[in-house]
Ligand binder design. Structure first.
Ligand code: SF4
Length: 307
């Protein structure tokens, strides 16, 4: 198991009590075999409808200091993404998930201080990356550039079954190249007629857990992300948002909380018990559950013991 203290540090930050996961765009230059995003409709970009200044003002008007977790699509391919990042980070913090292909990444430090970025999740999508960057040199160059500029970079490696045989070698190669943080990211979906994570073998679970930085990874691998009945921040201090700014409690329980851009966003006044059968927001779960104590929940109290 890799160092999980990293994860605790970045989520339990005193400057951002409220977190929002925002699927900012549906456009991506990669076409990964395991991607769940529907890329058939024309690409939508929020920055074509609203200016970066207006979007930031909408977040400011909530009166909340946000950690805004941006995912896509590929955010760096969105028009005015750098300007949007600059405006948002005047009052808030960002997490960004990116495949690090666009060269605008090199301009990012001109727009945003590393102090305002919780983490840059650099996704190494091996099947697509190999086609354009066979030795991952361009990917590594951008990771090292961002690291040297002071950003926290974590390489995410999707555990698609055909990659399991090379994963450890790839991790060793990245580490030797100077990359400080990397983690295995569980593949959810179908491969060769089998459903994952249900079909991972015990050996594969052990391998992935060993390479994972987040302690919840093993719960995902073992399909143990059921938190029904446990108090959760979702809907109170954690939210998920679509491209158009519609805010929902979480991705497993889509209770609407208004819209950020028309000013109708309204959080619940307190935490409520989880009522979903399965938590998709598991990477945040350790921190959105049991928030008052601000320490990891005692999972062993609810997860059945292995036989
Ligand atoms: S599904 Fe996950 S994020 Fe949603 S309420 Fe339950 S524990 Fe919280």
């Amino acid at each position: 198991m890799q160092d999980t203290k990293f994860n605790l540090d970045i989520f339990n930050h005193p400057e951002y009590d409220y977190k929002i996961f925002w699927t900012i765009s549906d456009f991506c230059n990669f076409n990964c075999p395991y991607c769940y995003m529907d890329k058939s409709p024309p690409a939508q970009f929020i920055t074509k409808s609203y200016s970066p200044e207006f979007i930031a003002e909408c977040f400011n008007n909530t009166g909340i200091n946000w950690l805004i977790m941006l995912a896509g699509g590929e955010p760096f391919l969105m028009p005015k993404f750098l300007e949007l990042s600059r405006e948002l980070t005047k009052n808030h913090h960002l997490q960004i998930s990116t495949n690090l292909t666009p060269d605008t990444v090199f301009k990012f430090p001109d727009y945003v201080s590393p102090k305002r970025v919780m983490v840059i999740s650099a996704s190494l999508h091996v099947p697509q990356r190999k086609k354009v960057d066979p030795e991952f040199e361009k990917f590594i160059e951008k990771c090292l550039f961002l690291q040297q500029k002071g950003y926290r970079v974590v390489v995410n490696y999707v555990t698609w079954p055909p990659l399991l045989g090379r994963m450890e070698d790839d991790f060793a190669y990245l580490k030797k190249s100077g990359i400080q943080n990397m983690t295995a990211f569980t593949f959810l979906g179908t491969y060769n007629g089998k459903q994952y994570p249900e079909s991972y073998t015990e050996d594969q679970i052990q391998l992935i857990s060993k390479l994972a930085m987040y302690r919840r990874e093993e719960d995902i691998l073992r399909c143990n992300t059921k938190y029904k009945g446990i108090p959760c921040e979702a809907g109170h201090k954690y939210f998920t948002t679509d491209i158009d700014g519609n805010v929902y409690k979480c991705r497993s329980d889509m209770v609407k909380h208004g819209n950020l851009f028309d000013g109708s966003f309204k959080p619940a006044s307190k935490d409520r018990k989880c009522r979903a059968d399965y938590c998709i927001d598991t990477y945040m779960a350790e921190y959105i559950l049991n928030p008052k104590e601000k320490k990891p929940f005692n999972w062993s109290s609810i997860i059945p013991k292995k036989k």
